[in-house]
Design a binder for this molecule. Structure first.
Ligand code: DQA
Length: 157
């Protein structure tokens, strides 16, 4: 069974009330519940985490290295600025997918640049909460191609 970490970055705790025309009307709790349902359907282990603090996100990336096969991250506005989160993902070497609820490429110019995407396997944007689901699906497909056995199972076999 694959082990997946989802990280939600700053201000995503406000989902549902924050600019609903841009980010949708689901709360973060509802998004996480849908992702847990998806995990149960596909049969993978899922942990989700949200923080408004760069250091806490970095700590969670580091901790994921101990148990997770893959990481799906919506870094929020840190996407555009955080070399520290980028270095954390590159440093632990966990395959990661960057996701965004909105289509950042169709928005303000500062959102067109991601300092995180170059250290990720890929990026999925613009599909609301489905961006997370699609990110998980894509990452599992990537893992099945590149790492036929869960790293955790490999480590314990
Ligand atoms: C976001 C896009 C970012 O530019 C923004 O700062 C967010 C949300 C998204 O999911 O669309 O906080 O990551």
């Amino acid at each position: 069974m694959w082990h997946m970490q989802v990280i939600h970055g700053p201000n995503l705790n406000l989902l549902g009330q924050r600019e609903p025309d841009v980010y949708g009307r689901l709360t973060l709790t509802e998004v996480d519940a849908r992702l847990r349902t998806y995990a149960a359907q596909v049969n993978f282990e899922l942990q989700t985490f949200q923080s408004n603090h760069e250091g806490a996100i970095i700590d969670t990336v580091h901790q994921a290295a101990g148990w997770a096969d893959g990481l799906v991250i919506n870094p929020g506005a840190y996407t555009h600025t955080s070399y520290a989160i980028r270095d954390a993902i590159a440093g632990v070497g966990i395959p990661a997918v960057e996701v965004h609820l909105s289509n950042v490429h169709a928005r303000e110019p500062f959102r067109h640049t991601s300092v995180i995407a170059p250290v990720c396997v890929g990026q999925i944007v613009g599909f609301g909460w489905h961006s997370y689901r699609l990110g998980l699906e894509a990452l599992i497909g990537w893992l099945e191609t590149h790492m036929p056995i869960s790293t955790k199972e490999q480590a314990t076999s």
